[in-house]
Design a binder for this molecule. Structure first.
Ligand SMILES: *[C@@H]1O[C@H](CO)[C@@H](O)[C@H](O)[C@H]1NC(C)=O
Ligand SMILES: *[C@@H]1O[C@H](CO)[C@@H](O)[C@H](O)[C@H]1NC(C)=O
Ligand SMILES: *[C@@H]1O[C@H](CO)[C@@H](O)[C@H](O)[C@H]1NC(C)=O
Ligand SMILES: *[C@@H]1O[C@H](CO)[C@@H](O)[C@H](O)[C@H]1NC(C)=O
Length: 473
């Protein structure tokens, strides 16, 4: 959508090069050696890096410099840089920690200093390597999966800062009018579920990290005998209260005034009914000045009217906020006003052999994705990717297992609209920031610990970023 595209900030990734002599250009500054003798992909052959200059730089700056040089030399090619041994990724979007041992035809490369840099000379190539990772460099995203084709999947020259991405969205759009990544049971970070964490836990990161990573829809469930605002997930209590989360919103929005947070609040306690003063308690917090500035009109606001605020989405009985009528376990429900549509098939029946019915869940998710709406739609669409099979206390197919599969399918679906813009509405996910293919992550250990193995291994990082990018050309 032109409207949005024109708003995109082009963030040059060549951050470093503060000294004039290192200014990137192709003339007189040899870049890299052509290694490929693949005549099907003739590419001009620079003669090698200025290794001394690059080595004199701090490592991360060296990588940025190489990228900058390569971008300049190969403006229409994909470029990525990997480290040659596992190490911690120093920022969320720049460097990588995976060892690449083989170089395939179709790319030319040079290994310099600490980094390996690759120039992709064709649209796709296959990585014969076991690790999963994806890449955001040079303004483009790349993803590869085990033995699968590596494809440039990004939006050229669009780099988003997940902390402030809404700054680039047209503020006259309704908050239902563009894609918003969200989390399901947002406060149910695995480490905050004291009992049955693998059943009750749905998130790897807690709310502050989710905010930094670009999540803007939060799904809070509350209720208990002692404190109506106690956070919970179904029958399980979580650490903290809704008020604690509101404080986190307040702090984030105070420092990021371009952003808005959509917060769904659900009364979720079977033990007692919703107390008669429940909404009054919430209202007290909304108005006390230290739990965020709230937008509580029943109509959805335009983004400009919601920036710096928390928009209340109500799933309890009361009068404030936009009411979300979420039918139980529904594949597709539109409320009587037509202003709200939801997919929340959270517990699809297992197949006759006892395995999860991923296809049924995915097809309900995909139906929403395929019927994505125009920008500025006045109907709020809420699409939950989360699911679990609850069949006795010893749940086999936990939220993490489902997320691994469905999030991976989501990644693949996003490939299909890579060159387009799309308003997917709210996409609410479990573990959106956990690469299911990476055995280092705790969630995977947890699954292995309970005797499970992954059925579908794939890279699924950058899911949040890619959802945000659907708003931009
Ligand atoms: C590419 O060049 C190298 C070194 O010159 C040679 O050993 C190799 O056989 C060549 N590969 C192909 C596919 O021609
Ligand atoms: C990838 O290819 C290698 C070598 O052909 C093979 O050993 C391995 O099993 C493959 N991995 C997957 C996940 O297919
Ligand atoms: C992203 O935005 C935040 C907040 O404005 C800022 O602190 C941070 O440096 C930005 N990151 C990049 C990579 O520009
Ligand atoms: C979106 O809709 C709102 C409400 O109808 C309107 O005020 C606004 O101008 C529209 N924005 C765009 C970009 O169409």
């Amino acid at each position: 959508m032109k409207l949005l595209a024109s708003q995109v900030t082009i963030v040059p990734i060549f951050l470093l090069l503060t000294c004039a002599s290192a200014r990137p250009h192709t003339q007189g500054f040899p870049l890299l050696q052509a290694r490929s003798n693949d005549t099907a992909n003739p590419i001009s052959s620079p003669q090698g890096w200025n290794s001394a200059a690059l080595s004199a730089l701090p490592k991360i700056d060296s990588a940025h410099a190489q990228l900058s040089i390569l971008n300049s030399a190969y403006p229409s090619h994909g470029i990525f840089i990997v480290h040659d041994e596992p190490r911690t990724v120093p920022t969320s979007n720049v460097l990588f920690n995976r060892h690449i041992s083989a170089v395939d035809p179709g790319i030319i490369w040079d290994s310099t200093y600490v980094w390996n840099s690759y120039v992709v000379s064709s649209g796709t190539f296959t990585f014969n390597k076991i690790y999963n990772q994806d890449f955001l460099l040079g303004g483009r995203y790349y993803q590869y999966q085990d033995n699968l084709t590596f494809v440039p999947i990004g939006k050229q020259n669009t780099v988003i800062n997940t902390t402030t991405w809404m700054a680039n969205i047209d503020g006259s759009l309704l908050v239902s009018g563009f894609t918003i990544p969200g989390t399901h049971d947002s406060a149910a970070q695995t480490s905050r579920v004291s009992w049955l964490p693998e059943l009750g836990g749905t998130q790897y990161s807690y709310v502050p990290d989710q905010l930094l990573k670009g999540i803007r829809f939060f799904d809070l469930r509350v209720g208990s005998n002692s404190d109506p605002l106690k956070l919970r997930h179904g029958m399980l209590e979580l650490d903290g209260t809704a008020a604690d989360v509101f404080k986190i919103f307040q702090e984030f929005l105070a420092t990021h005034p371009s952003e808005t947070v959509l917060c769904s609040i659900k009364w979720d306690f079977d033990g007692t009914g919703q107390p008669s003063d429940f909404e009054a308690r919430l209202e007290g917090l909304f108005n006390d000045g230290s739990h965020g500035s709230w937008y509580t009109s029943p109509n959805l606001p335009r983004l400009d009217d919601a920036r710096g605020k928390v928009v209340l989405l109500r799933r309890y009985s009361g009068n404030l906020g936009f009411y979300m009528d979420v039918a139980n376990n529904t594949p597709d429900h539109t409320d009587s006003t037509g202003q709200f549509r939801v997919q929340d098939l959270y517990s699809p029946s297992t197949l006759s052999d006892g395995t999860p019915d991923y296809n049924t869940k995915w097809n309900t998710v995909k139906k929403f994705l395929d019927s994505h709406q125009s920008f500025n739609s006045s109907q709020l669409s809420l699409n939950f990717l989360s699911a679990v099979n609850i069949e006795g206390i010893n749940v086999l197919y936990k939220p993490a297992v489902w997320a691994n599969e469905i999030n991976a399918r989501m990644q693949t679906w996003l490939d299909t609209i890579e060159s387009q813009t799309a308003n997917l509405g709210i996409v609410a996910m479990d573990f959106p920031d956990v690469p299911g293919g990476d055995w280092n992550f705790a969630i995977k250990e947890m699954m292995a610990g309970s005797g499970q193995s992954l059925l579908h291994v794939s890279g699924q990082v950058k899911l949040i970023e890619r959802l945000i990018l659907t708003n931009f050309a």
